[in-house]
Write a protein that binds this ligand. Structure first.
Ligand SMILES: [Zn+2]
Length: 217
């Protein structure tokens, strides 16, 4: 049996042929390279693995060429490398992922019990979400470009759409509440809640895809 590695996400496949498309990131079979089983330690993230060896013994790169010589990074490039190295995206994404569901539950309770203090709490929570989102999106794009070479398969398109929907619905919720703090007592409360549910679902989708890419299962 042969061992194949996806050159985009690092997924490992064992079989006589590479899969028709990568079950994790969705790229075609042509993006798989045959590797030496022994050179890929199990359960290690791609970028921490020693460079997997192809069957020809040459190091694995996208173009099948030797890796470029290391260039000394300065300024902004160095900051970007540090952010990637220290997993800034998966770390920072916990802020919106953690606070956003709490905010939606608070809106829901404020609506059901007609209790204004809860909607104030929801509003304050969403401010933390919108404050964190620019950094989360920036580090997300950084990971996508550097780690996955900006590959635009369905899974990455869905993630970009989910992040965009989350951001837009968060901005709508915040501004709507600012304009009309009694929104949850008005007839338009249902529409307001629907926007918040959409925001929650899109956050869940973005998080689910992120988990799939990280854990490859
Ligand atoms: Zn893949």
């Amino acid at each position: 049996m042969k061992t194949w590695q996806c050159s985009v996400c690092g997924y490992i496949h064992r079989g006589d042929k590479p899969p028709e498309k990568c079950p994790v990131c969705g790229v075609a079979a042509s993006r798989f390279v045959e590797i030496d089983e022994a050179s890929v330690p199990e359960k290690m993230p791609k970028r921490e693995r020693p460079m997997a060896k192809t069957r020809s013994g040459k190091p694995e790169t996208d173009e099948g060429q030797a890796p470029p010589p290391a260039i000394k990074e300065t300024g902004f490039e160095k900051i970007k490398s540090l952010l990637l190295k220290h997993h800034a995206h998966p770390v920072s994404v916990h802020i919106p992922n953690g606070i956003l569901p709490a905010a939606v539950i608070l809106w829901l309770m404020a609506w059901v019990f007609d209790y204004d203090l809860l909607s104030k709490a929801a509003f304050i929570n969403l401010i933390f979400v919108i404050a964190a989102l620019p950094f989360v999106i920036f580090t997300g794009i950084l990971e996508w470009k550097k780690k996955y070479n900006g590959t635009l398969t369905l899974i990455f398109k869905l993630k970009i759409i989910a992040a965009t929907v989350t951001t837009i619905s968060c901005i709508i919720s915040l501004f709507w509440y600012l304009i009309d703090p009694r929104i949850l007592s008005s007839p338009k409360a249902l529409v307001f809640m629907l926007i918040n549910i959409i925001m929650l679902v899109s956050t869940g989708i973005a998080g689910h895809i992120g988990g799939k890419l990280v854990f490859k299962d």
